[in-house]
Design a protein around this ligand. Sequence first.
Ligand code: ZN
Length: 274
Amino acid sequence: MTSAESTKLALTIRAVVHAALRVVFEPLRIPSAEGAAIECGDKKIRVLHPGFAIASMDYEEAAVESLNRGVRARHPCGACHVETSEQHATGRHFPRRTISEMKAMLQEALAAKTLKAEKEILQKFGSYLLENAFWCLEHSNIYLALCYDILHSDDLGKLKKLFKLLKVHLNELGLGGALNEVFSTLPPYPGLKHFNSVTTIEYTDGNTMFHIMKVLKWKLDHPKRHALTHVFEDIKEKGSLINSSTRTGESMIQEIKASCYQTNGKDTDKGVGH
Ligand SMILES: [Zn+2]
């Protein structure tokens, strides 16, 4: 797929998802602004404003929901304004996107006189020429709600891939021995495994991988690395990460899929519900 084709596909996916979300959000649009009388668990009726405080998902899904251009964009984080080359700087604070500036960006891009000017405006924000469906809900902010997810950001599968790439790279540079020396000469530390020849490890379990990654201070400009920048802010604003982890939902997807395949493909809600 050429770069133009993949951009077109990404745009189509985002247009379809946000059109669907607008339909889903429509019944919530007015109550989110004006409130709705709802009977709560304690039988008391309260005026509530439906909305969302936490949006927990993997990086690709977050890019779709925030209308971000994804990993190859100059600004690849849906939540903030970090530049690609700054993603390794996890100690730095990057300002969150705001709904008003993203709306202003869209208006500016729509009013651009040339395609080139339109593209430049969109690229400056790593976004697309689309209206975000989340904007229709009052008191909700998708950029603030996007949250550090322990399942996807700390995923061991990714660490294994990262370690494999690092070994190939170091071996090409003739530095494999140096890495082994770093690992083998580390002083013992409680709870930390010792490795004499880390570069010869081919297949290993997640726990060993976790120990290897604890030792390695890898420095990469990658969205999963950058996600760490938001972790403390997310905990302060949204509570313990266990509450926003997608781990529970992800395992449910398998069960829902299995139930769905047992239906005749029509009116699946009832079939899956049983
Ligand atoms: Zn960010």
